[in-house]
Structure formats: structure tokens, C-alpha cells
Design a protein around this ligand. Structure first.
Ligand code: TYM
Length: 326
């Protein structure tokens, strides 16, 4: 039997190359090896202020983007989290087994709550919903970017606690984090992770950006006052641009090092912009194709939900029986 891969992505804002290089690309590349479930996590998107019409549209756009980056519905189920109430139900149950202190320690909660005027319960509870997503499907592997590692570890802690009380009920998931691309930084500020929630102009390259916009953003990317193009983690701006170059070209660090020897930042930037434009071109073309017919996307999401529902039901029923619910 193939091992199960589960991962999720929020339909908030625009999907950027951080999401692509850190997660989506790997999901597509390893699909044939696994039994895959990819979830568009719209319930996570309402943990901060949102616009209903936009959320609905972005959910469909994201389904199109998943197809465009190469997720194949024959090998992978794609579905929307809110289409299956089992996620919310298991979240409630897991809440009752999750110490508050575990949630208050989460980096993302600390960052996001500092930016909110009032903090909704949902923001604190976000990682428990994520644990429910993962545990419902008896997931073996959870491929994510570096920023989500702590949340997957929390899912393991919750599963461990539950299992220690009720016997081996949940399968223990493992986070899978790629060596390169797991943390793409913002172009405006290379000390901060590239994030969908960031609204500063030029912060991120989005998957659907036009060639012109990509060129502008890359040419304006923050670097430093030095000149030579070398891999040096202490120079985060150039390091980030070189990492993106490496991921889009597939070349090794030493090849890239000799390629840029004697060249300056503007050479790196203009080449990088073209490499990204070419890398995203097939994704953008496929996106146009697959979203031509909105009914096709609705059917995809419905089929995805139908495919995974029996798995979610089975786990939830097992949990409820153990707890004396029903
Ligand atoms: P989200 O929507 O913020 O991001 C989706 C995926 O993209 C990765 N990622 C990055 N990788 C590299 N560099 C970056 N700058 C970067 N920004 C984002 C994320 O790590 C993620 O893998 N809570 C999750 C979604 C989620 C989930 C789950 C994931 C909900 N339930 C269950 C796995 C399993 C989130 O908001 O990801």
C-alpha cells in the first residue's frame, strides 16, 4: 500500500513563489509515489478578517492553480475543507485534549496576534484545526514549508496525548521539509518570510504575475551595498535571490557561482527575472486552460470531497466510539 501524503494551503490572498517552491512543486513532483490528499483550507482563512466573495473566488482560483502546477486528480484528491464538516467536529474533540499553553507557544500565533486589534479564538485554535486535517486522513507524510513545521509537530503531540489515553488511534504524521526552498524570503525585506498576508508592494512574486510585474519586483528587490554575487547567508537579500534562481533552474550552487563570477547584482536580477517568467509561463498557460470552464473546477472539488469523505468518516466514528459519543 502506498503511504499517504496530506497537505493544505489557504485560499487567502495571492499564491506566491514561496508557496510554490516550498510546497506545491514538491506535492506535484512526488505524487506518483504516494496516495495524496490536498486540501484548500478555507476555514483557516476566516481566522483573520476576510471578504466572503473574495474567499469564495480565491478558493476556486487555488483549485485551478493546483491543477496548473501539475497536481493530477487521477493521483491526488483536491477538496475544500469546509465541504467536510468532519474537520470542524474533530477540531472540537481535539480541543478538549489540547492544553492552552501548547497553543500560546506557537510562533505563528504570536506573530499574527500581535498584528490584530482583537484576537479571535479561531486564531489561537488554528493549529488544532490543522491537526484535525492531518489526523482525519491517517496521514503518513505532511510536506510543508519551514513555517508550518511547528504546527505539524503540534499535531503529533496532540495525537500522542490522545493515543496515550485511548490506545493507538491516530497514525503519527511526519513533517517533510525540503532542503532548499523551505523558506523563501520577502523581496522587500529578506529577513522576513514571503507571506500571502503581507501587502507591501513588491514583497512577493505571485504565480499569476505578469512578466512586467515580475521584472519590476525583482529589479527592486532589496540587496546590500556589496557587488559580487556569492552565496553567503549573512547577505540575506542576495542569498534569497540565488536560492530562487537555483530552484527555478535546477543548477547546482557551484555552477551558479561560476556563472555569476565577475558579474554584479543587476546581472543576477535581470537573469533571475527571465528565469522566473519562463518557469511560471507553463503554469500560467495551464491555469488559463483549466479555469476556462468553471464547471470543471466545481466537479473537481466535488469529486475530491467524495473521494476523501469515507476516510474522514471512518476516523471520526472511531474517535467518537472511543469517547462514548453517540
Ligand atoms: P499556507 O497557505 O500559509 O502555505 C501553504 C504552503 O506553502 C508553504 N510556504 C512557504 N514555503 C517556503 N517559503 C515561504 N515563504 C512559504 N510561505 C508558505 C507553507 O509552509 C505551506 O506548506 N496552515 C497551513 C495550511 C494547512 C495545512 C494543514 C498544511 C492547514 N491544514 C494540514 C499541512 C497540513 C497554511 O496556512 O499554509
Amino acid at each position: 500500500m502506498k503511504k499517504r501524503v496530506f497537505s493544505g494551503i489557504q485560499p487567502t490572498g495571492d499564491i506566491h513563489i514561496g508557496n510554490y517552491l516550498g510546497a506545491m512543486r514538491h506535492w506535484a513532483a512526488s505524487q506518483a509515489e504516494f496516495d495524496n490528499i490536498f486540501c484548500i483550507v478555507d476555514l483557516h482563512s476566516i481566522t483573520v478578517k476576510h471578504d466572503a466573495k473574495q474567499l469564495y473566488a480565491k478558493t476556486r482560483e487555488l483549485a485551478g492553480l493546483l491543477l496548473a502546477v501539475g497536481i493530477d486528480p487521477e493521483q491526488s484528491a483536491i477538496f475544500v475543507q469546509s465541504h467536510l464538516p468532519q474537520h470542524s467536529e474533530l477540531t472540537w474533540i481535539l480541543n478538549c485534549f489540547t492544553p492552552l499553553g501548547w497553543l500560546q507557544r506557537m510562533h505563528q500565533y504570536k506573530d499574527k496576534s500581535a498584528k490584530q486589534e482583537t484576537i479571535g479564538m479561531g486564531l489561537l485554535d488554528y493549529p488544532v484545526l490543522m491537526a484535525a486535517d492531518i489526523l482525519l486522513y491517517e496521514s503518513d507524510y505532511v510536506p510543508v514549508g519551514e513555517d508550518q513545521k511547528q504546527h505539524v509537530e503540534l499535531a503529533r503531540d496532540i495525537a500522542g496525548r490522545f493515543n496515550s489515553i485511548y490506545g493507538d488511534l491516530f497514525r503519527m504524521p511526519e513533517p517533510v521539509i525540503s532542503k532548499t526552498g523551505a523558506r523563501i524570503m520577502g523581496l522587500d525585506d529578506p529577513t522576513k518570510k514571503m507571506a500571502k498576508s503581507e501587502t507591501v508592494q513588491g514583497h512577493a512574486i505571485n504565480l499569476l504575475d505578469s512578466p512586467d510585474s515580475i521584472r519590476k519586483k525583482i529589479m527592486r528587490a532589496t540587496t546590500d551595498s556589496q557587488r559580487d554575487v556569492v552565496y553567503d547567508e549573512k547577505r540575506p537579500g542576495v542569498f534569497n535571490l540565488l536560492s530562487i534562481y537555483q530552484l527555478f533552474t535546477g543548477k547546482s550552487r557551484s555552477e551558479i557561482g561560476s556563472h555569476f563570477k565577475g558579474k554584479g547584482y543587476s546581472d543576477l536580477k535581470s537573469e533571475l527575472a527571465e528565469v522566473i517568467i519562463e518557469g511560471l509561463r507553463p503554469v500560467q498557460e495551464r491555469f488559463k486552460d483549466v479555469t476556462n470552464d468553471p464547471a470543471h473546477i466545481e466537479k473537481l472539488l466535488q469529486d475530491g470531497a467524495d473521494k476523501v469523505r469515507p476516510i474522514a468518516d471512518k476516523t471520526l466514528n472511531k474517535v467518537k466510539r472511543k469517547l462514548g459519543l453517540g
